[in-house]
Design a protein around this ligand. Structure first.
Ligand code: IMP
Length: 182
């Protein structure tokens, strides 16, 4: 199965490849990026997938991915704004939660795949956890140094890329996608 991911994010590509080793996954690098103005992750995933569909070879399967973090004490923010919320994501999220007892958060990943015939397949993955007091660890990307999955004491950045390939919101969405396509 060959799948083109409509993204410039090498981290997402690496994680999807690790989660779906039997698939041949590449980045579809369209010259322009679409405007991600959807109200929900799935809307933005579909915007990227449709944009990719318009730029990909007709016989390719194309995937759009949108993901981010929802923080309970911030009523689900930054959510779809996760990438744009702040230039200093980690510092600003820690500051926003200063003195806050409720540190629950979850990662969400939505995948929308469009087949050569235009048919759509969707998959979702979530990972629940809490926001750590300070950043720890080197691997992963984005909020990983301050995200501790439920049942773990280490942050995702400490747990590392091999752990993410198995357990992350993206890995879960990728597995759900593989099941849906089967
Ligand atoms: P997108 O590229 O518009 O989907 O933005 C996703 C943003 O959500 C990223 O820039 C990160 O800030 C955050 N994010 C999504 N997935 C992860 C992850 O696996 N680890 C850490 N941050 C993530």
């Amino acid at each position: 199965m060959t799948l083109l991911l409509a993204s410039r994010n090498e981290n997402k590509l690496r994680e999807l490849r690790a989660a779906l080793p039997a698939w041949d996954i590449g980045l579809l690098d369209a010259r322009e990026d679409p405007v991600e103005d959807g109200a929900a992750f799935v809307d933005n995933a579909r915007i990227k997938a449709l944009h990719g569909r318009a730029h990909a070879p007709g016989d390719a399967w194309v995937a759009g991915e949108d993901s981010g973090i929802e923080v309970a004490a911030l009523e689900g923010r930054p959510g779809v704004e996760s990438a744009r919320w702040s230039a200093n994501w980690i510092e600003d999220l820690l500051a926003a939660l200063e003195g806050e007892a409720d540190r629950r958060a979850r990662y969400v990943c939505e995948l929308v795949v469009i087949a050569p015939d235009g048919g759509e397949v969707r998959a979702t993955g979530r990972l629940a956890g809490t926001i750590a007091a300070a950043p720890r660890g080197e691997e992963g990307f984005g909020y990983d140094p301050i995200f501790v999955p439920d049942g773990e004491t280490r942050t995702v950045a400490e747990l590392g890329n091999a752990w993410k390939a198995e357990h992350s919101h993206r890995a879960r969405a990728a597995r759900a996608l593989a099941d849906a396509l089967r």
